[in-house]
Ligand binder design. Structure first.
Ligand code: HEC
Length: 255
């Protein structure tokens, strides 16, 4: 993975519409934005379903490397439409999938496309990873005694003096925006920069130099469970936030 994997929690929430660290899949009024050059078929339910179209076409995720298999070859040749068609062919010959897709969508085997699979994956993610019954949620819905005293103190700091909520705003702790905070990446990067080990982040989507090294503010829901808290602590313990960021107030306030 070029960077650490984003968490799946609460991606069914309608306001979480920007996916991936660089936001390359996003919901926009009237439709969705997808990586340039990917001709996505119609019928996708959400940006989350759109995202589910891609892991199967990625050589580092599920497609494999050519000449390992025909899906890998189609993906490597840039023919994602063919890769999705080949995958749908595989689903059509598995009786269990035929009956499940039939039940869910009222379709016969010949009508199964990878869009049905992506919509099903997104529906599963939205239901299985929904996480909105924490003490914090109960506090937000009016139960003033739901959180411990220590957690209340932390919340006041987070949404107050520590300045975290400048970016990690609202109940999902994200402003849905992109910031350069000089957090070291976990993973080999995206092949950018002189070393080929950098990941230019948002610039890869917008093409704007000012967006270099900006990444989407992640939701911090369940961050203690995702094992991604550690690098932030290390950054904090190292005594700084790295090089100055591109916007005043961006880096220095981070952990
Ligand atoms: C200027 C905006 C900004 C501020 C202020 C900020 N953060 Fe962040 N935070 C980010 C961004 C952007 C990332 C993702 C960085 C990346 O992927 O390289 C992040 C990542 C994190 C992560 C890692 C989460 C994950 O899923 O990997 C944690 C934990 C975190 N921030 C906690 C905090 C805390 C606690 C504060 C307050 C002390 C804070 N942040 C202040 C923007 C900010």
């Amino acid at each position: 993975m070029p960077r650490n994997s984003p968490a799946l929690f609460n991606l069914g929430a309608t306001r979480l519409t920007r996916l991936f660290h660089d936001g390359r899949v996003a919901g926009v009024p009237g439709g969705f934005l997808f990586p340039a050059g990917s001709e996505l078929p119609d019928g996708l339910d959400s940006a989350l379903a759109g995202q589910a179209m891609f892991p199967v076409t990625s050589p580092t995720e599920m497609a494999g490397q050519p000449p390992e298999n025909e899906v890998a070859e189609a993906a490597a040749a840039g023919d994602l439409t063919e890769a999705w068609a080949l995958l749908a062919d595989r689903l059509r010959v598995l009786p269990d999938y035929v009956s499940l897709f039939g039940e869910a969508y009222g379709i016969g085997p010949d009508e199964i496309t990878f869009v049905h699979a992506a919509n099903a994956i997104a529906a599963h993610e939205a239901a299985a990873f929904r996480s909105d019954d924490s003490p914090f949620d109960r506090y937000l819905s009016g139960d003033a005694a739901a959180m411990s005293t220590a957690a209340m103190r932390g919340m006041r700091l987070f949404y107050g003096g520590a300045g975290c909520a400048v970016c990690h705003a609202g109940p999902f702790q994200t402003d849905h925006d992109f910031h350069a905070i000089a957090m070291p990446q976990i993973g080999p990067g995206k092949g950018d920069g002189p070393s080929g080990r950098d990941d230019f982040g948002r610039e890869r989507v917008t093409g704007l130099a000012e967006d270099r090294f900006k990444f989407r503010t992640p939701s911090l829901r369940n961050v203690a469970l995702t094992a991604r808290l550690r690098p932030c602590r290390q950054l904090h313990d190292a005594g700084g936030s790295g090089p100055a960021s591109s916007r005043p107030g961006d880096g220095p306030r981070h952990l």
